[in-house]
Design a protein around this ligand. Structure first.
Ligand SMILES: Nc1nc2c(ncn2[C@@H]2O[C@H](COP(=O)(O)OP(=O)(O)OP(=O)(O)O)[C@@H](O)[C@H]2O)c(=O)[nH]1
Length: 345
C-alpha cells in the first residue's frame, strides 16, 4: 500500500510559509517529485496561489481556518487530491493563525479514510518578530507561536537578515528550549541547506527518520495534555462557534480570538507611490497585508506587507483575479482603515 507523504507548513502570519512553499515546489521539480498543494487562507481570497505554478495541483480552502471551522473539509480535500491527482507528496500551508495540533489531529483522522503519512510539520518562525514579542508581554500571539514551535518536527528560523548575531543566538535558545527535539535551521527567505530539503522530500535517501504518524499523534497528545488551554483553537475572529463543542467533542478555549481580517476591493487603479504612503501610515495593529491592484501604469501589482516591510511585485495573474487587499492584525479600526482606502479613490 502506498502511503502519500504529507508536509504541514506552519508559522505565524507573514513568517515565510509561502516563501518556503515556493522553494519546496522548485526542489520537487529538481527531484522529479509530483507535489500537490492545499492552501488555507483566513480571508476570502487566495493571493499566495498566484505564486504557485499553474501546473501544480492546488486546492484552496478559504474563509476559515483548517484547524477549527473547516477542519472536516481538510480530510475531504486530502482524499480528493489523492484520488484525482495521484501526487507523490501533499504540501499543506496552514493559515498563520492555525494551531498545528488541530491540523495534526485532522490529518491523522484522514488516515482512516486514505493511506497517508505525516512526514513533517515544518514551523517557520520570523526570528525578529518572535524575539521582539518574547521581550514584551508575551501575549496571545506569542503563545500561539509557542504552540507552533512546540509541535514542529523541523524549525526554520527565518528572516535571519533582520537580526544580529547575538539576537540570533538568543532566539535560537528560546526556540530550542520550547522544542528540544526539532532540528533548527536559520534562513534568509527560507533558503535552506541541501540536507533540510532532503529531510523533507527524501527522508529515506538522507537516512533520517521521518515524522511518522504515530510520532505525530503521540506528540500532539503530549502537547494537548501539557498545555491544554492553548491546544484547541486558532487566532481567527471570523468564526461563530464561540464556546461551542466541536463535532469531535473537543472543548474550545478561544484564547487566540484576537486576530481581525479586513478586506477591501479596489474600484480603480492605484498610484504606486500613493500606495507606499498609505502602507507606511498603517496603524501598528496591522501586522500583515497582501493584495493585488492595478497600478496607474496599467501594470498588475502583488503587494506583501509584513511587520512594516512592504514588497511590490509586478505579476501576470493566472486567470481572473480581482483587485483586492486583505489586512490582518489586532486592535485596529476597520472603519478608519476602509475610509482611508476609500479616500485614495
Ligand atoms: N527580510 C526578509 N523578508 C522575508 C524573508 N522571508 C520572507 N520575507 C518576506 O516576508 C513577507 C511574507 O512572506 P510569506 O512567505 O508570504 O509569509 P507567509 O507566512 O506565507 O504569510 P501568510 O500567508 O500571511 O501567513 C514577504 O514579503 C516575503 O518576501 C526573510 O528571510 N527576510
Amino acid at each position: 500500500m502506498t502511503m502519500i507523504p504529507i508536509l504541514i507548513l506552519s508559522g505565524f502570519l507573514g513568517s515565510g510559509k509561502t516563501t518556503l512553499l515556493t522553494r519546496l515546489l522548485g526542489e520537487c521539480v529538481n527531484k522529479s517529485i509530483k507535489p500537490a498543494v492545499i492552501m488555507n487562507e483566513v480571508g476570502d481570497v487566495n493571493l499566495d496561489g498566484q505564486l504557485v505554478d499553474e501546473e501544480v495541483a492546488m486546492r484552496e480552502m478559504l474563509s476559515g481556518c483548517i484547524c477549527c471551522t473547516i477542519r472536516g473539509d481538510l480530510s475531504m480535500e486530502i482524499k480528493g487530491l489523492i484520488e484525482q491527482e495521484a501526487p507523490d507528496l501533499i504540501l499543506i500551508e496552514a493559515t498563520g493563525v492555525a494551531n498545528p495540533i488541530e491540523i495534526l489531529d485532522t490529518v491523522t483522522e484522514t488516515a482512516l479514510l486514505t493511506p497517508i503519512d505525516i512526514r513533517a510539520v515544518v514551523t517557520i518562525v520570523d526570528a525578529s518578530h518572535f524575539l521582539q514579542l518574547s521581550r514584551g508581554t508575551r501575549g496571545r500571539t506569542y503563545r500561539l507561536m509557542e504552540d507552533q514551535i512546540r509541535c514542529a518536527s523541523m524549525l526554520v528560523l527565518n528572516k535571519r537578515d533582520l537580526v544580529g548575531e547575538e539576537e540570533l543566538e538568543e532566539v535560537t535558545q528560546l526556540v530550542a528550549a520550547l522544542n528540544p527535539v526539532a532540528s533548527i535551521q536559520p534562513a534568509i527567505h527560507c533558503e535552506l541547506d541541501e540536507c533540510f530539503w532532503n529531510l523533507m522530500l527524501e527522508p529515506e535517501a538522507s537516512g533520517s527518520g521521518a515524522f511518522s504518524r504515530s510520532n505525530a499523534k503521540a506528540r500532539s497528545a503530549v502537547d494537548v495534555r501539557g498545555d491544554h488551554h492553548h491546544a484547541h483553537n486558532c487566532g481567527l475572529d471570523s468564526r461563530n462557534d464561540h464556546g461551542d463543542h466541536d463535532p469531535a467533542g473537543h472543548d474550545h478555549h478561544h484564547s487566540y480570538d484576537h486576530v481581525m481580517v479586513c478586506t477591501h476591493y479596489f474600484s480603480q487603479p492605484v498610484d504606486n507611490h500613493r500606495w507606499e504612503q498609505v502602507m507606511n501610515e498603517l496603524p501598528d495593529g496591522i501586522y500583515r497585508a497582501k493584495g493585488v491592484y492595478t497600478a496607474s501604469t496599467g501594470e498588475r501589482m502583488l503587494f506583501q506587507y509584513a511587520y512594516k516591510q512592504l514588497e511590490l511585485i509586478p505579476i501576470r495573474p493566472q486567470g481572473q483575479l480581482q483587485d483586492v487587499a486583505v489586512f490582518i492584525g489586532e486592535h485596529f479600526s476597520k472603519q478608519s482603515l476602509l475610509s482611508k482606502l476609500e479616500e485614495m479613490a
